[in-house]
Design a protein around this ligand. Structure first.
Ligand SMILES: CC(=O)NC1[C@@H](OP(=O)(O)OP(=O)(O)OC[C@H]2O[C@@H](n3ccc(=O)[nH]c3=O)[C@H](O)[C@@H]2O)O[C@H](CO)[C@@H](O)[C@@H]1O
Length: 392
């Protein structure tokens, strides 16, 4: 069995986990990866296989304890996010290669489509290590929307031995590409994280939308393709909307450049509050308290249907069409007039708004992490048996 990393461990394995070096490791770089990988780390620990963590540093302020990950042995790679995501992926790859040269787990798990996930996948593949991709098969089929995420997830799926597709639609995408990895339809572990916060899902939306009451928007916008014209269109729309008995809480992203731009566009305007990044629990509370959410976030597209919160997606394409099919969300992009029209239409037609707020679970039942953990463990055991039979 390979030994775990010698450097920078923070905390002992979870009580109940076996006291041994880990065979499975997870790559964690950003807030959404921590949110979605935490249930999987705990599900592995529950099976007696606590994993190790490679923390890339992409989001430098990421606190493992905020995501219940502090009890797992962790190596810090010291690779903060870069303006050029390809450079960042390469830095992560190089840092991982240095560690894997002496300490190799048997299976590396990466999640989603970040440059941390891509860097980890490239390192695993260079070492001939087994690789599992959580959240496989999401596609817009447009390499620019979103960039670089669409390219990252396609590349990671091609390298992976285990492909954990959240939905049957995602699995169908993978089958069409005739990839060599094994496909499992598991649900999205982001829904597990949501259930851990608020209890059984789907949750009942609080009844609201009384006529004449002030209408409250919750807004997030951080995708790279929205950094210039997109943020301007959104800001113009919000400035127009708040003149009409409507308020907007805008949650700022961890990215300082985007935050600075939002302050310039919207700072000091009545009816608009600019809020620093929130904890996951506080974000979910804010979503539930809003009449309507406007966001380009991927995770919030998954959370909104389960919470029964209507969502306008500030993007032209989505890799999560399931939310559109369920009627919980609508694509509006970042054009000023389109946003103003959509908010106005929903605000004046409460029946439409209530229909969008009908809770549904297109992204999983909140029990994907145990499925993923079991499949990972079975794969590791299978590979070990294969190696043993070759030695015999
Ligand atoms: C194109 C796309 O969709 N890309 C993804 C992106 O994240 P994604 O776009 O989802 O990233 P966000 O930064 O929006 O994170 C979303 C998550 O963070 C929470 N939240 C949000 C604001 C806040 O202040 N505090 C907070 O905790 C949300 O409730 C949600 O759970 O990387 C994820 C991790 O690989 C992937 O799963 C997604 O596919």
């Amino acid at each position: 069995m390979p030994s775990g990393p010698a450097s920078a461990t923070n905390g002992a394995p979870k009580p109940g986990g076996k006291l041994r070096q880990y065979r499975i490791a997870l790559v964690v770089g950003t807030r959404p990866e921590a949110i979605k990988l935490s249930p999987i780390a705990h599900a592995l620990a529950d099976l007696g296989e606590p994993p190790g963590l490679f923390v890339t540093g992409q989001h430098p302020g990421l606190e493992l304890a905020d995501h219940r990950l502090e009890s797992f042995p962790a190596v810090s790679l010291g690779c903060p996010g870069q303006p050029d995501p390809m450079l960042h992926a390469d830095l992560v790859r190089a840092a991982m290669l240095r560690i894997l040269a002496t300490n190799q787990p048997e299976l590396l798990i990466v999640q989603g489509d970040t440059s941390s996930a891509l860097g980890g996948a490239l390192a695993a593949s260079e070492f001939g290590m087994a690789l599992a991709h959580v959240e496989a098969g999401l596609r817009t089929y447009d390499p620019n929307l979103p960039w670089p995420e669409e390219e990252n997830r396609v590349a990671i799926d091609r390298m992976s031995n285990l492909l954990f597709a959240p939905t049957s639609g995602n699995a169908a995408n993978l089958r069409r590409e005739q990839l060599s990895g094994r496909i499992h339809v598991t649900g999205n572990s982001g829904i597990d994280a949501l259930a851990a916060l608020i209890g059984p899902l789907p949750s009942k939306p609080p009844r609201r939308w009384l006529p004449r009451r002030q209408f409250k928007l919750l807004v997030t916008c951080h995708r790279r393709e929205n950094w210039s014209a997109g943020l301007e269109g959104l800001a113009e729309a919000l400035l127009e909307l708040v003149d009409h008995r409507l308020s907007a809480d805008v949650i700022l992203p961890p990215n300082p450049g985007v935050t600075e731009r939002m302050h310039r566009l919207l700072g000091g305007r009545g009816g608009i509050s600019l809020i620093p990044p929130l904890s996951h629990a506080a974000t979910i509370s804010a979503m539930r308290a809003a009449d309507l959410v406007l966001s380009d976030s991927g995770g919030m597209q998954e959370e909104a249907p389960a919470l029964g919160v209507p969502l306008l997606v500030l993007r032209d394409k989505t890799e999560r069409p399931e939310g559109l099919t369920m009627g919980s969300m609508e694509l509006v992009g970042t054009d000023r007039d389109r946003i103003v029209e959509a908010v106005g239409r929903l605000r004046s037609d409460r029946r439409l708004l209530r229909e969008m707020a009908r809770p549904s679970m297109p992204f999983g039942d909140g029990r994907s992490a145990p499925r993923i953990a079991q499949a990972c463990l079975a794969y590791v055991e299978e590979m070990a048996a294969l190696r043993a039979s070759r030695r015999a």
